[in-house]
Ligand binder design. Sequence first.
Ligand SMILES: C[S@@+](CC[C@H](N)C(=O)[O-])C[C@H]1O[C@@H](n2cnc3c(N)ncnc32)[C@H](O)[C@@H]1O
Length: 244
Amino acid sequence: MTSPPRTVRPEILDELPPTDARAIRSRRDLRRVNRVMGSCGILSRAMRRALASSSRHGPLRILELGAGDGSLALHIAARLAPAWPAAELTLLDRQPLIPETTGIAFAHLGWTLRLLTVDVLEWARAPTQRQLTGRWDLILTNLFLHHFEADALRELLSAVADRCDIFIACEPRRSLPALLGSRLLPALVVSRDTLHDAVVSVRAGFRGQELSDVWPARGAAWVVEERPAGLFSHLFAAARGDAV
Ligand SMILES: C[S@@+](CC[C@H](N)C(=O)[O-])C[C@H]1O[C@@H](n2cnc3c(N)ncnc32)[C@H](O)[C@@H]1O
């Protein structure tokens, strides 16, 4: 059976101001959704695998795109910090969403936190020399790429490929189990907004080699892996050379 094509529709959470009560509720729901999807484990394992063959000695330079309230990044950092006790982490989102307590928690882990409040396409279009850092060792993202139609996605991934050595994305999988899972979210007592956004996200999600198809393979030799992960997720990992 062929799956329906991707459809990208606006998500309610993206339209609400950060301090709106509905947005606060949705972000709390999102933390639970990430737990159910196993996002932290999926991303941490993929990052460990990719970093295992990294020859880097100084602090890791990591960027997360569409980082939301930073809670997922904090859980990932807690898992990686024993192996990578020093890292410079930048969290990019177009809304300022990181609570002060999250910054303090990163500091306790020994990770330096920087915040970048900007639309990601503006970041992608800015010349590389105007970036915070010339290159990132690793760029990651979770539940984010599905917001973009093919042309914007191609533009974004092209900037990502120019600016990092490893890229890892965990996205909704456009599959029947994921659609059923999103319809069963009321069992987690989530809001109507979260329910709406979950269904929209799955329909905009990925399957097969859809991200590999828009990944810019030119120039450096990238090793690319794209596959289902967990029950509901779709993992894409690209590394220069043989780091995946
Ligand atoms: C579904 S949430 C995921 C947040 C986080 N990655 C997580 O898993 O908890 C998507 C995030 O992307 C951000 N976002 C959406 N469109 C964006 C854009 N064009 N540029 C930057 N951030 C964007 C939203 O503000 C939101 O925080």
